[in-house]
Design a protein around this ligand. Sequence first.
Ligand SMILES: [Zn+2]
Length: 253
Amino acid sequence: MKSIQRDKLVSFLDDGLCLSEFSQDESANGLQVEGSSTVQKIGLAVDACEYVFKEAAQKKMDFLFVHHGLIWGGLRSLSGVVRSRIKALLDSDISLYACHLPLDWHPKYGNNAELLRLLSIRKMGEFGKYHGKNISYWGRTAKELSLDEFTAQIDKALETRSSVVSFNKKVRNVGVVSGGGWFAINEAEKYNIDTFLTGEPSHSAYTLAEEMKVNLVFAGHYATETLGVKAVGDMLKKKFGVAAEFIDHPTGL
Ligand SMILES: [Zn+2]
């Protein structure tokens, strides 16, 4: 297996994932913790946390790419869990790279583009405005489906168990936002959406969906957000010939 210079990898990711377009993101996207200057093995995970850091150290990884990093809206103090997490990375010389909203949005490697692809939904347009920028898409299924058929497809593709609220609509025009995307239900009418798919269940979405008659499918925050990091791992393997492996740490939520 080949190795790559950390700085080269970081600038490749910064450019390729268009980080500069998401300056509004609370996540400090990009390199958050600097580890080894040479990268031989890359780990990819949804969350930056103790379990993932231990696995990465054990597997002799020197670079971790995550969707949910450690630095959000400015770090105020290195104490408690934050201190332990950062110490674990520094002790094992592992870099941490975070990519939040750009990885939801990215048209090729993003969580939402991957969701559409996996579910054979044809992309029709942008969707899910968050901090002034669309981070997702809405699209059309190849044929009309019952909500049960659609949910079965999702559960199989994502190895999850969705919770569903039906408002008796057939599934054709689907709005998708990975993770905690309930806010996008507000755009359902604009795009004539009959079914809204996001990760985390939200009470707040219910009455809006009820009055707009839009089915709700909550497929899990974690389950909808493993896709982007996996796609980035596959791309890095192909592009640089480095070892890259997904570290699975499902929350069931
Ligand atoms: Zn998320």
